[in-house]
Design a protein around this ligand. Structure first.
Ligand code: NDP
Length: 399
């Protein structure tokens, strides 16, 4: 018997709600709450079983706390936007409820991705005897668990880690982002950063490029070095890692549109005055771009996200690649959403299941790689994101 409140009725919220609803023995009572309750109701109407919906502004700690105190759920699954992480954590503290999210806190006024704000809640969560599980999506999330699994079963020491995120799908639109456009563009236009020999090395946005030959017929694609938040927690929890990088594929078409939008100032996050009213260019751009949830029925092709790890096993060098391949159209058939939301929503459901079943349970603030990866990896196979492990002779990346 458990009750969860899912906050956020966007692309990811839709998938988490579908996946939780498929497991009534774990998720007995589900409430989907968001700023706009109509969106919650539209998702609820797609489900084979009844759930409840609610309206909440999660930026408003008092409102969020009142909802938690009235409902007393076992867990809050936060799949609203990164800006809401801290207010929802504050509400969880006030009401004594466990917390899970899929992206680290970001202040709205600055595209800055780091765990410091949420890690600062460690003592407060410990003292309140509640837990926060941070970053239970795919990347961060599954990539952290893959790393922990490699360390547990394949390598005594990980020396080099490359996380590679490939979307080989096509939605047929001239330009659209696969998840919230504002969050996506803030991330992509930020400076790149990777970990090398105990320090961060910064690179200009999308200035480091390589090519990777993806498995199972996906084939070679250009990949670009970016900063991604799991690098911070993974290098903290596996201090033996000498180099950790994150790569993502982008099509030339996406990059061309992004360059023009940047050049004309449409990706800015500083307010500008338009007809006497302050607007933020990136938020206006979001309003005119396709809603990512509208891409569900249009997107074809597959994603391939995985970790290439090089290290030592029994004194010998070894390279291991763990990845998942996910098909956009199959995801749509199952939960009416494309693979980007699917690959985030399924791990959010599994993270919640780990907490509710007591498999991952400890007070304080935790990242995914700090728990035993095995039960999570088993559930990935069972609930829609099966993975493969292969041993490689070379990483396949240019050094
Ligand atoms: P969407 O923009 O589709 O959905 C966000 C939802 O949150 C919307 O329903 C929105 O409401 C709601 N929301 C926004 N602000 C508030 C608020 N103040 N109070 C209540 N609800 C609010 O985003 P996605 O579903 O694509 O992404 C959800 C989260 O998942 C993001 O944090 C994103 O960064 C993360 N993510 C993580 C990934 C991973 O692999 N770890 C990958 C992809 C995404 P409204 O509809 O009214 O705007």
């Amino acid at each position: 018997m458990s009750k969860v409140i899912i906050v956020g009725a966007g692309g990811v919220g839709g998938v988490v709600t579908h996946k939780c609803a498929q497991l009534p023995e774990v998720f007995t009572d589900i409430i989907l709450a968001s700023r706009n309750e109509e969106k919650c109701k539209a998702i609820a109407a797609q489900l084979p079983r009844a759930i409840r919906t609610a309206q909440v502004d999660a930026d408003n700690v008092a409102q969020m706390t009142a909802l938690l105190e009235a409902e007393k759920p076992d867990l809050v699954i936060n799949v609203a936007l990164p800006y809401q992480d801290l207010p929802i954590m504050d509400a969880c503290l006030a009401a004594g409820i466990d917390y899970l999210d899929t992206a680290n806190y970001e202040p709205p006024e600055e595209a800055k991705f780091e765990y410091s704000w949420q890690w600062a809640y460690q003592d407060k969560f410990k003292n309140a005897n509640i837990m926060a599980l941070l970053g239970s999506g795919f990347d961060p999330g599954v990539t952290n668990v893959y790393t922990a699994y490699i360390k547990k079963h394949y390598l005594d020491e990980i020396h080099e880690l490359d996380i590679i995120d490939c979307n080989a799908g096509d939605h047929g639109q001239p330009f659209a982002t696969n998840f919230n456009p504002e969050i996506n563009i803030r991330e992509v236009t930020a400076k790149g950063r990777f970990w090398e020999n105990g320090q961060w090395v910064e690179t200009d946005p999308l200035s480091v490029k390589d090519s990777y030959d993806f498995p199972e017929g996906i084939g070679p694609k250009d990949i670009y070095l970016m900063y991604h938040e799991e690098l911070e927690s993974i290098t903290k929890h596996f201090p033996e890692i000498k180099r950790a990088r994150f790569w993502m594929t982008f099509s030339q078409n996406y990059l061309k549109h992004l360059e023009v939008l940047q050049n004309v100032g449409m990706t800015g996050i500083e307010p500008v005055v338009y007809e006497g009213k302050e607007i933020i260019p990136l938020q206006f751009l979001k309003a005119v771009l396709p809603d990512p949830s509208s891409l569900g029925p249009l997107t074809k092709g597959r994603t391939c996200i995985g970790c290439v790890a090089k290290g030592i096993k029994d004194g010998k060098e070894k390279i291991v690649y763990i990845y998942n391949i996910c098909d956009h159209e199959k995801c749509y058939e199952e939960v009416q959403s494309q693979a980007i939301s699917y690959t985030t929503g399924v791990p959010a459901m599994i993270g919640a299941k780990m907490i509710l079943e007591g498999k991952w349970k400890a007070s304080g603030v935790w990242n995914m790689e700090q728990f035993d990866p095995d039960p999570f990896m088993n559930d990935l196979n069972q609930y829609g994101l099966p993975w493969q492990v292969v041993e490689l002779d070379a990483t396949g990346l240019t050094d």
